[in-house]
Unconditional design. Structure first.
Length: 184
């Protein structure tokens, strides 16, 4: 799947089957799990690839490499540049299928024509928040500390200091206790 050849240097799904997908991420080919791929792999073998994600029976997994890619690399979407880095839980740091949402929010912000504030309550990768900031809004998003650090690095990579908007992480904590707070 290529989002839009003129707008993205993303990926292309090269082959899918048996719960796995083979994708091109820029110049890197990855094979990784996808639970929505329920049909059999007609090819039999995954052929050549850079990285293959192996699931562990106990959960999680690891990458095995035919050709080790750089630790991270970039791909572009319109005027944005995203840092890609395979994680130890199969993700790459970006969900390109969400580009329709980046476009939607960008269009709304630009059409508004004035100051615009956005609270992104699902800021998993930060891509939508970065797209909104690049369109000129002041964007806030809810993040955990490790992911916020990754977003700060990605924002630097995306050169947002030249965009009309800004981005700020809103740290929140959720109690794991189901007890009500005591009244003292």
């Amino acid at each position: 799947m290529t989002l839009s050849r003129s707008r993205v240097s993303y990926t292309r799904k090269l082959w899918m089957g048996d719960g796995m997908k083979k994708e091109r991420w820029g110049g890197v080919i990855l094979v990784r799990p996808d639970p929505q791929v329920i049909w059999p792999n007609q090819e039999g073998s995954w052929g050549s690839y850079d990285g293959y994600y192996c699931r562990e029976p106990s959960g999680g997994g690891h990458w095995e490499y035919q050709k080790r890619p750089p630790e991270n690399w970039t791909i572009g979407y319109d005027d944005l540049t995203f840092k890609i880095r395979p994680t130890n839980f199969k993700h790459t740091g970006l969900f390109p299928e969400q580009a329709v949402n980046w476009d939607w929010v960008t269009t709304r912000i630009k059409a508004h024509g004035g100051p615009f504030r956005l609270l992104n309550l699902f800021g998993y990768t930060g891509a939508a928040s970065i797209a909104a900031a690049a369109a000129g809004t002041i964007t806030r998003f809810r993040r955990t500390r490790p992911a916020t650090s990754r977003d700060r690095m990605s924002a630097i990579t995306r050169r947002l200091n030249r965009s009309p908007g800004s981005v700020a992480a809103v740290r929140s904590t959720v109690s794991s206790s189901s007890k009500s707070p005591s009244k003292n």
